[in-house]
Write a protein that binds this ligand. Structure first.
Ligand code: NDP
Length: 305
């Protein structure tokens, strides 16, 4: 077969992992559960979010999370603070929310202004309400395979693998990026003895020598490094499953917003080699938001069952 036909055939077979569709399905399921609670006259789950300052991307994320809550019937409260807010004010607000039995989950949108310690803030959130899964207790439990809140992005990726029935057992998964909110927990989850784990895992980062060598061996690649278009088709093994976590605003004067969102994978190039791939936008992002909703529902159930 001529090369060009060959590429077309491969592109046609490539599966686009549609996070928007999966998110829609799971939202419907959550909505039904909430409407049952309402029929029984029960309180519905409640997510509180704190945002400090006026960062455009952070505000967009918090608005979307508020909107998601509305769509499934959760209550939501957004507390907005000035950039100059003191760490003490923030910590005492968190304490109040921790002791409010009407609130099931609390998230503090990161990043925070430099004068506020992210560590102190994430540690102040009660582990029982830590629906972002960033608290040391949550991450410790995750490491030990105990029941906990899985950070929303890795949770979203697991949902994607599950919904598309992607076999992971015995596969080699290469995770690129070792942050505490994405790469590192993802590497742990993929290595665990669970239906969507049991992989042999390699965790790569900025000091990895010859990154391409590892990525080329991967049956599953999770790209979470924040470098738009970094993973090219030539770096992938034929038939690899590619999960693109990256979201970077790249300037684009042709776009009315002045930017476009780009993933860490060169989608068009990688599509000629991969067997399945998540687009950006519309892949992992919508499922990250579902991860948060599911964690809030879990927290509600933990205290109301
Ligand atoms: P961080 O900046 O915290 O971590 C990036 C990681 O990538 C670091 O471990 C870094 O290594 C590694 N890295 C950077 N450059 C390279 C390189 N050239 N080669 C190999 N590794 C490299 O990012 P996050 O984990 O918070 O986010 C990653 C991306 O995912 C971002 O684009 C972010 O916007 C996006 N994101 C998307 C979400 C979604 O819902 N889809 C949710 C959260 C994040 P080192 O540790 O050595 O510095």
């Amino acid at each position: 077969m001529p090369l060009i036909n060959c590429i077309f055939a491969e592109t046609r077979n490539m599966q686009r992992l549609n996070g928007v569709e999966v998110a829609k399905t799971i939202k419907e399921q959550l909505k039904e559960k909430v409407s049952e609670l309402q029929k029984e006259g029960k309180r519905v789950p409640h997510l509180a979010a704190i945002i400090v300052g006026n960062d455009g991307a952070s505000m967009t994320y918090v608005n979307s999370k508020e909107n998601d809550c509305k769509q499934v019937g959760f209550n939501s409260t957004v507390m907005r603070f000035e950039e100059s807010t003191s760490e003490e004010t923030l910590l005492s607000t968190i304490e109040q929310i921790n002791s409010n039995s009407e609130i099931d989950g609390l998230i503090v949108q990161l990043p925070l202004p430099k004068h506020i310690s992210e560590l102190k803030v994430t540690q102040k959130i009660s582990p029982e309400k830590d629906v972002d899964g960033f608290h040391t207790v949550s991450l410790g439990k995750l490491l030990k395979g105990e029941d906990t809140f899985i950070p929303a992005t890795p949770y979203g990726i697991l949902m994607m693998l599950e919904q598309y029935n992607i076999e992971t057992s015995g596969k080699h998964c290469v995770v690129v990026g070792r942050s505490n909110i994405v790469g590192r927990p993802m590497s742990v989850l993929m290595s665990q003895n669970t239906p969507y784990g049991n992989c042999t895992v390699t965790l790569c980062h900025s000091r990895t020598r010859n990154l391409e060598h590892y990525v080329q061996q991967a049956d599953i690649v999770v790209a979470a490094l924040g470098k738009p278009g970094f993973i090219k088709g030539s770096m992938l093994k034929k038939g690899a499953i590619v999960i693109d976590v990256g979201i970077t605003r790249v300037e684009d004067s042709a776009n009315p917003k002045g930017y476009v969102l780009k993933g860490d994978v060169d989608f068009d190039d990688a599509s000629t080699v991969a067997s399945a791939i998540t687009p950006v936008p519309g892949g992992v992002g919508p499922l990250t938001r579902i991860g948060l909703l599911k964690n809030t529902f879990k927290s509600y159930q933990n205290t109301n069952n």
